[in-house]
Design a protein around this ligand. Structure first.
Ligand code: SF4
Ligand code: SF4
Length: 96
């Protein structure tokens, strides 16, 4: 019984460690605004609808796209489709 309890404790510790190894990643999308030409390709391709055209314009006079900071799954579709290569995606391990 004591041995079994010990094993169980060990297994739980291992699960805990594994859980920390596979903690979800948080994604941060950054749009280099001066490069954006407002084509909205990224808006249409985002499966989570996190990108939208804003009412702000950049130095070139184009309306720029904004990213809503919630629920990004880091699929990278916006990054791949952007013809101006103005989208950057960063990932970090969630704290806590
Ligand atoms: S990485 Fe995917 S989910 Fe995140 S903003 Fe881009 S298209 Fe949307
Ligand atoms: S695809 Fe690129 S250039 Fe087009 S709106 Fe999105 S960020 Fe701007």
């Amino acid at each position: 019984m004591k041995e079994r309890f010990k094993n169980l404790l060990h297994e739980n510790k291992m699960c805990y460690r594994r859980f920390h190894l596979i903690r979800p990643l948080l994604y941060q999308v950054k749009i280099l605004e001066d490069g954006c030409k407002g084509c909205q390709l990224c808006v249409h391709v985002c499966p989570k609808h996190l990108l939208k055209l804003s009412s702000r314009t950049n130095e070139r006079g184009y309306f720029i796209v904004e990213w809503e900071d919630m629920g990004c799954i880091g699929c990278g579709l916006c990054y791949v489709i952007c013809p101006e290569q103005t989208i950057r995606i960063y990932a970090k391990i969630e704290n806590g």
